[in-house]
Design a protein around this ligand. Structure first.
Ligand code: 5GP
Ligand code: ZN
Length: 145
């Protein structure tokens, strides 16, 4: 997608409206137009990156710093009980706007947002296997070197 067509770049440029919450030199935070929950807001880098894979880690660190500020402010404003942070890369992961963004999602008992998988489920026999986990960890570590 061309940057000129990107809805979040238009918001950064001021040619599309938003309910702005915060901005600094490199990041912007605003209310989500279709909130999944009361208080749902977004943090984006002001520069266009489609996914986190294209983004220098220090640019993501700047977004994370704004997320931390905003999460605290939303939590103090709404006292929701909990708060989830979510960031999707690629359609398979649920990304619909190809400009990096972190969702700040206040959470309330019984809200049933479909991001709560069962953390206590018994692992599947292949992917939770200790040998498999060790081999996979080795492959990922090699990419980090
Ligand atoms: P994704 O599905 O990519 O993880 O999240 C995209 C988010 O952007 C959605 O929650 C959607 O409601 C929000 N969104 C899409 N278009 C606009 C817009 O024009 N303005 C605002 N404020 N949010 C938008
Ligand atoms: Zn963009």
């Amino acid at each position: 997608m061309a940057v000129a067509e990107c809805i979040f770049c238009k918001i950064v440029a001021g040619s599309e409206e938003c309910h702005e919450l915060y901005r600094d030199e490199t990041t912007l935070a605003f209310m989500d137009i279709h909130p999944a929950n009361e208080g749902h807001c977004l943090v984006i880098p002001r520069a266009h990156f489609a996914t986190v894979f294209e983004m220098p880690p220090q640019s993501f660190a700047a977004v994370a710093a704004t997320v931390a500020k905003l999460a605290r402010a939303v939590n103090e404003t709404l006292r929701p009980g909990g708060l989830s942070l979510l960031q999707a890369n690629g359609e398979i992961a649920g990304q619909t706007v190809p400009h990096v963004h972190v969702h700040v999602l206040p959470r309330r008992a019984g809200d049933n947002l479909p991001i709560n998988w069962d953390r206590n489920r018994v692992g599947d026999p292949v992917h939770a296997d200790a040998v498999h986990l060790a081999a996979l960890a080795r492959r990922i570590r090699a990419r980090l070197e």
